[in-house]
Design a protein. Sequence first.
Length: 424
Amino acid sequence: MYDLVIVGAGPYGLSVAAHAAAHGLSLRAFGRTMECWHAMPSGMFLKSEPWASHLSDPAGRYGLDAYAAERGVRAEHGVPLPVGFFAAYGDWFARHAVPGLDERLVTTVAPLDGGGFAVTAEDGETVRARTVALAVGVLPFMEVPGPLRGLPRRYVTHSSHHGELDGFAGQDVTVIGAGQAALETAAILTEQGATVRILARAGRLNWNTVPPALDRGRWQNLRAPHTGLGCGWQNRLYADTPGVFRRLPAATRERLFDSALGPAGAWWLRERFAAVEDVRLGQRVMCATVTADDRLRLDVTGEDGTTGVVETDHVVAATGFVPSLDRADVLAPGLRAGLRRVGAGGAPEVGAFFESSWPGLFLAGLLTAPSYGPSMRFVFGAGYTAGRLVKGVRQRLRGGTGGGGVLGRPRSGSDARRMATPAL
């Protein structure tokens, strides 16, 4: 039986694996390395600064800067890096810091009688683990607006479904959303020869400003300190003290999670986006139907109640991800039902060392954002997560509570939620 099985091989899974290996835990890590990042269109760039995009190993030997230096690339503040370069960095990190990564996907994590977990891979092989770290990234949690759900992928896709976008050349494409994914997807589609429009509920587009120099004087740094999530003292709370965020009242955390670091385009994208001529803001899709000539009809409503119709060949929903346990299908139904939840969105409650209310089940990445704050939506949060999560695993293996799980075996369903103690 392994001490720890890690499910997922993106920035969070790889970082957790590196810390666990450094502490001598017997571990197995499953997942296709940086799968989501490798699938992104080649014209996309990292929105975060290079110095805020490191994967985490305890000795700090395998940061993005080390990879860039090995490749002869200058990873500079204020200079965006291609996502393909970042994906290749993750592959390099895995080779150096993660022993024996198993690139099979995991289909099921189920509890064992007497404690521990059975983890089943896509080919049916099952391994046993005392603890599990679930770091499945964002893909299971993709969000598509209600009126578009259920339509065939011929007509509607999520932005994360796409690698290259040149297949849309000559087509009319409607991109829904106002964040970086929507704006960058629209710009690339336009560059690839598609006729593109943006349709968004937001009344305006927000753009990040050019980041100030790292060395800009004591007074400017004091007024708006640099953080891995942007400048400012509120961002400092999110970036540097997720543990403080977790101690805020639940209602405050939920409000901040819904509003903090909202949709915005990167400063370097603005000039490219200018080629997108059809931008329709303050509009919501109310209904979507396939027309007789095999197009998609969107009935939309404006903020002032006016209605309209858009006909298009395809819709790309760049509408983000929702960290709901109901979408974590890799967890066996009884295990999922036995987890304590927080807030209206159905996210799991997470304890001080990233342990869920089920003893031995640890969580990383987007699922922890409602508990630990918006930094968990970004690569930057992997550093804080990995060290503390592995510390929690080690405590659990020594017979402690791991900092969040309840003592004893939860029951399934509502009984488990009623029995679970609050995460501390």
